[in-house]
Design a protein. Sequence first.
Length: 144
Amino acid sequence: MAFNIRVYGILKNSNNEVLLSDERRFGKEFTKFPGGGLEEGEGIKDCLIREFQEELSVEIKVKELIYLTDFYQKSAFHFDDQIISVYYEVSVENTEAIKATKIPFDFNQGEIESHRWVKLSDLQKKDVTFPIDKKVVGILTNDN
């Protein structure tokens, strides 16, 4: 078994909406928070900064730690891996510069990812796919 370390950012805009990422990979569609996998030799915060640059073309400021996985979670894609996820609050200078929609899985042909804003007051655990993200939604919405 290997450890797979994932780092995610919780980004809110001035309308009290949180950014979600809808993706299609490995033949599956899923919704999660923006972020991704730690690369060898990379720091956790550097990973998050890189992921937001790659996925959204924005520079973020990494703020406070929101959650670190405290239970065993097997990877949904690499069945021999244990997932350890780290979630930070992040900010950007201008959230309006982010290409986002309100429609889930709003992909153009050939794309594998889109982003959307969801009102924090409307956000529910069922809106995200993975168990660790559901735990974080519970923290954000006080629905533990």
